[in-house]
Design a protein around this ligand. Structure first.
Ligand code: HEC
Length: 205
């Protein structure tokens, strides 16, 4: 009986010790996270805003691309993309008071290389692909004054003429033009349905 009481006491003091030790740490996290954690209202608002902005940007990019492809073929459209894609996304960023980026593990334009925060999210998306799990948009706090929206970008049939398999869906002569403009290009070898990269939109909170 006495033995039991002692061991119970021991157990309690051990528990107490753990809770006490954990308290300052979790207290620190809570205060560090206080400014950073997104409220459910912010979550919802940034998810909606991010979806709006990325779909507007996608329409603007793909609309221009489609007409360039029709008028000038793949080689001409690539040069057009090279000139227009970045400034277009930049001006939409200004219009929406946000920073809109596209990032990928295999980039064509070196400016689209992921930041360390983006890399973590991209890796998470690729892990979901491997596990056969759905790829959903997400929002995360960056710090007390900024939040980020992320959403996957998937390859469609129409993308393959510039991002597909060399000598198959992507013609050698078209790739020659791409390589000239982007000597370090890695954004090839894709099939329809592949995860190409993601949107990364940063908002002020
Ligand atoms: C006419 C050729 C062409 C087609 C078609 C095309 N792309 Fe691209 N893509 C490019 C070029 C060129 C760039 C680099 C743009 C730049 O310099 O900002 C690029 C860049 C990207 C990027 C930014 C990341 C990076 O690698 O720099 C993503 C994401 C992307 N493309 C996805 C797609 C998707 C998805 C489709 C189909 C819906 C598509 N592309 C169709 C030529 C094309």
């Amino acid at each position: 009986m006495k033995w039991k009481t002692t061991s119970l006491l021991g157990l309690f003091s051990l528990l107490f010790l753990f809770t006490c030790q954990n308290r300052p740490a979790s207290g620190e996290n809570a205060s560090a996270g206080q400014g950073a954690a997104l409220t459910p209202e912010e979550q919802e608002a940034f998810l909606a805003k991010g979806a709006d902005i990325t779909s507007a940007t996608f329409s603007a990019l793909s609309g221009r691309l489609r007409s360039a492809l029709q008028q000038e073929g793949v080689a001409g459209a690539v040069q057009y993309c090279n000139l227009v894609a970045y400034p277009l996304v930049d001006s939409l960023s200004q219009a929406h008071n946000a920073t809109i980026r596209r990032a990928s593990l295999k980039v064509r334009n070196p400016k689209d290389k992921p930041t360390s925060a983006e890399l973590a999210v991209l890796e998470e998306y690729h892990a979901h692909v491997k596990a056969g799990e759905p790829l959903l948009p997400m929002v995360k706090a960056i710090d007390g004054s900024r939040a980020a929206y992320y959403a996957p970008i998937l390859i469609q049939e129409a993308c393959l003429q510039c991002h597909g398999k060399l000598g198959e869906t992507l013609k050698e002569e078209d790739y020659a033009v791409i390589e000239k403009l982007y000597p370090e290009d890695e954004a090839v070898g894709y099939q329809a349905g592949d995860l190409r990269g993601m949107w990364s939109v940063t908002f002020q909170r």
